[in-house]
Design a protein. Structure first.
Length: 233
């Protein structure tokens, strides 16, 4: 028997991100039915006769796994396009909604990691790790990747701190490659933001009038938002 690609606990994480009271994100009942019909061929509220949140939960409990993954993935894309204020929230810049937004940032990072794992159909970080080894070929960077891969199961908490250090190393390597100085006191989110400017992949560099503009902006914003969760101790 094949191993499940997504666990009930992981499904619960997606529901915690999407369900806000009886609502699902910013959908009206009709819009949610249209969205789910297009995604998985089922108008959930019409089928279950429940609130949007309860209808989504009911569907994830009984639908085929591939359909559950498809719907959760589509909802995650919707979230990425419509909720940039939560994804990019930086408590060092704004004090509004701090606890709420930090919670949603954490949930989003967990959901994104699950979807990335499913898409790669491999253990977390391995494919990305090999690609980064090729790009950043120094012995230090390679050793950090190996250490992260080992620690992801042996010591996940410590792996988070090492991941922060790894992001810093990648950013600083890029600055040094371009011969650009940087402030050693910059926090990770600032390092990532400035590195994206150096590489000319900041959100403001994206043409909003092209068809893919909003999607590209969402992806870039997510990169910065995820990195911004790791603060200096």
């Amino acid at each position: 028997m094949s191993m499940a690609k997504i666990t009930p606990l992981e499904v619960g994480t997606f529901l915690s991100l999407f369900v806000r009271g009886g609502y699902v994100l910013n959908f009206s009942t009709n819009d949610f039915d249209v969205f789910t019909q297009r995604s998985v061929g089922v108008a959930l509220c019409s089928r279950y006769g429940l609130s949007k949140g309860k209808s989504l939960a009911a569907y994830t409990n009984e639908a085929d796994e591939k359909d559950v993954i498809k719907l959760l993935g589509d909802l995650l894309k919707h979230y990425e396009l419509r909720y940039q204020d939560e994804i990019e929230f930086d408590k060092e810049v704004s004090y509004d909604h701090t606890g709420e937004y930090e919670m949603y940032q954490t949930l989003y990072c967990e959901c994104q990691a699950v979807m990335n794992r499913i898409k790669l159909n491999t253990a977390p970080f391995i494919a990305a790790g090999e690609a980064l080894k090729e790009k950043f070929g120094s012995a230090y960077i390679s050793s950090q990747i190996d250490l992260l891969l080992k620690m992801q199961t042996e010591n996940p908490t410590e792996a988070i701190g090492k991941a922060k250090e790894f992001i810093e190393s990648c950013c600083k390597t890029i600055f040094e490659e371009f011969g650009i100085t940087y402030d050693k006191d910059w926090i990770v989110s600032k390092l990532v933001k400035e590195t994206m400017k150096v590489l000319e992949i900041a959100t403001e560099n994206v043409d909003a009038f092209i068809a893919e503009g909003e999607t590209v902006k969402a992806i870039l914003g997510n990169l910065r938002g995820i990195a911004g969760k790791y603060r200096r101790a």
